[in-house]
Each structure stands twice: as structure tokens, then as C-alpha cells.
Ligand binder design. Structure first.
Ligand code: CAA
Length: 291
């Protein structure tokens, strides 16, 4: 199987690694709008593999085999792909334009499946106007580690495509869960309002940053507290999902916390900008209310 991944950011590169470590996959095309972005995604994968080799968790030959399957470039290299997984920006018009270009100008294989890793946008709307149906294939960060893939059918997605994508997820060593199309699907519908609530709890002065995260880690056995998880996902993504939940449902229970919006406007997005609820400068992790 040959797989094209559109977008070489955190999710795109993690998804590319996930496919490259699967025996059934011979080539992964890791694509972005600039060659340097695609190369950057591959370099990130290489860095992670080097660490695993250094720790003795993977042998060099396996790491070389995995990285050798990944070819980088612009979307145009996906001509013979059997599956495309789009992990571009969470902007409807970008996703629609990207699939239209793939369908009209790039992909020559008529059986190629078009999947989107969107975290909350409508699969039906992404596919509107295309001859080819779209399916949701939603991975979780870090994609090589997290076991779940949400598989989402839009109104026009054939049942056969759903079954094929569930099979592919199993081949990747993941557990697929089929989800009906709805804003946020299952995980983000539950998880992101929880993170948003954590931000309200902080902004109301109920506990400090570390206190909130420690409470949820020790009180609920979550691997990360809501504020550090928000930083990890990216506070811009958290806000975008809250806004989709609110817009799609009109329900005020999904209103984004004003502090979240303010932080995003101030580019305090979490790990990716080096500061969010924690300051990650110099490889550290210090709660910003303790600085
Ligand atoms: N890529 C590849 N492997 C990674 C990785 C990455 N980015 N990050 C961690 N790992 C691997 C490590 O190499 C390690 O593997 P080994 O056990 O084989 O050595 C393993 O994961 C555990 O990592 P660590 O020991 O470094 O750290 P940890 O035990 O604290 O686990 C974690 C890290 C897996 C991220 C854990 O903290 C966790 O599960 N956090 C919650 C993550 C979560 O909720 N993700 C979902 C976010 S929501 C989302 O993604 C959807 C969306 O649409 C927004």
C-alpha cells in the first residue's frame, strides 16, 4: 500500500511514522505546501527514531527501514497513492481545495481512498462538490503511540470505504471506533470541553495550574492534567474545536473560556510556541503562575 499524508506538522508527521512502521505499507509520501516543511516533518520523525535507537528501544536497521519508506515533497508526488490522509490546517476551505486538487490534478489511482484527520469539522462538508467521497480517519497525538482511530462516515461515504478504513486501522495496530458524523465526534466532544472547563477553573482562581493538573492526574488517573494536555494539543486547536462545537450546536455549554481565547490571540499556544500554561523555554516546564 502507498499512502499520501498531506501536512507535515505534528499530526501529519506522527501519522506518517505510524504508516511507515506498518509492514503492509511500502511507501509514505509526506507532503506539505513547501518542500522544507515536508523535510522538517521527516527530520522530526528521524530525531524521534534516533532517540529510540539510543535508548535501545529500536534497532538501527528497523529505524532505517522505517525512514527509508518516507518520501517528502509537495502534494503532486501522491499520483499512485492508494490512500490519502489529509492532516492540513483545520480550515474548511483549505481542506476542500486540497482534496479538489488531489482529485482533479494529482491522484491517478481511481480506487484511492480520500481520508481526513480533521479533529471536528464536518466530513460531509469537506467532501461536498467532490466526485470522490471523503471519510474521517482521526488519529490522536502522539499518533505512533495512541491506540485509537475514530472512523467517521459522512452522509455520502459508502459502507465499503468505512470497512476498508477500519481494516487499515487494524493493520496499523490501532483500534478503530466507528463514529457518526457530529461536531467533535466522540473524543473531542468530551475531552475538549473538559480542558476548557479546566481553564475556567484556573481563571476563576479555584486552584493554581499545577494544582489543577495534579488533581486530575491523581484524582482520575489521567496521564496528563487538562492544562498541560491543552498545551500539548495546542491551545489554538482547543479553541478551534470549542468554536466548532458552539457553532454547530448553538449550545452555550460549549462557549470557549475567555482566557483561552486571549491566550490564543497572544500566541501563547502551548508547546508549539514554547509557552502556554507552562513555560517550556530551555527544555523546562514551569507553570506560568509560578514564574
Ligand atoms: N512520537 C512517538 N512516540 C512517542 C511520542 C511521540 N511524539 N511521545 C511519546 N512517545 C513514546 C515514547 O517513546 C515512549 O515509548 P516507549 O515506552 O516504547 O519508550 C512512550 O511513548 C511513552 O512516552 P514517555 O515515557 O516519554 O512519556 P509518558 O509515559 O509520560 O507518555 C504520553 C507520554 C504518551 C504523551 C502520555 O503522557 C499520554 O498518553 N498523554 C495523553 C495524550 C492524549 O490524551 N492524547 C490525545 C490528545 S487529543 C487529540 O490528539 C485529538 C485531537 O484531535 C486534538
Amino acid at each position: 500500500m502507498k499512502v499520501g499524508i498531506i501536512g507535515a506538522g505534528t499530526m501529519g508527521s506522527g501519522i506518517a511514522q505510524t504508516f511507515a512502521q506498518c509492514d503492509a505499507v511500502e511507501t509514505v509520501y509526506l507532503c506539505d505546501i513547501k518542500q522544507e516543511f515536508a523535510d522538517g516533518g521527516k527530520a522530526k520523525i528521524q530525531k524521534g527514531l534516533d532517540k529510540r535507537v539510543a535508548k535501545g528501544k529500536m534497532d538501527q536497521a528497523a529505524a532505517d527501514k522505517l525512514i527509508g519508506k518516507i518520501q517528502t515533497g509537495l502534494n503532486g508526488i501522491c499520483t499512485d497513492a492508494d490512500l490519502i490522509v489529509e492532516a492540513a490546517l483545520e480550515v474548511m476551505d483549505i481542506k476542500k481545495a486540497c482534496f479538489k486538487d488531489l482529485q482533479d490534478n494529482i491522484v491517478k489511482n481511481p480506487d484511492c481512498i480520500f481520508a481526513s484527520n480533521t479533529s471536528s469539522l464536518s466530513i460531509t462538508e469537506i467532501g461536498a462538490g467532490l466526485a470522490k467521497p471523503i471519510i474521517g480517519m482521526h488519529f490522536f497525538n502522539p499518533a505512533p503511540v495512541m491506540k485509537l482511530v475514530e472512523v467517521i462516515a459522512g452522509i455520502n461515504t459508502p459502507a465499503e470505504t468505512v470497512e476498508k478504513v477500519k481494516d487499515i486501522a487494524v493493520q496499523l495496530g490501532k483500534t478503530p471506533v466507528q463514529v457518526n458524523e457530529a461536531a467533535g465526534f466522540v473524543v473531542n466532544r468530551i475531552l475538549v470541553p473538559m480542558i476548557n472547563e479546566g481553564i475556567f477553573v484556573y481563571s476563576e482562581g479555584i486552584a493554581d495550574i499545577e494544582g489543577i493538573d495534579t488533581a486530575m492526574k491523581l484524582g482520575c488517573n489521567h496521564p496528563m492534567g487538562p492544562l498541560e494536555l491543552g498545551d500539548y494539543i495546542g491551545l489554538d486547536i482547543v479553541l478551534a474545536i470549542m468554536d466548532v462545537l458552539y457553532k454547530e450546536t448553538g449550545d452555550s455549554k460549549y462557549r470557549a473560556c475567555p482566557l483561552l481565547r486571549k491566550m490564543v490571540r497572544g500566541k501563547k499556544l502551548g508547546c508549539k510556541t514554547g509557552i502556554g500554561f507552562y513555560d517550556y523555554s530551555n527544555g523546562g516546564k514551569v507553570p506560568v503562575d509560578k514564574k
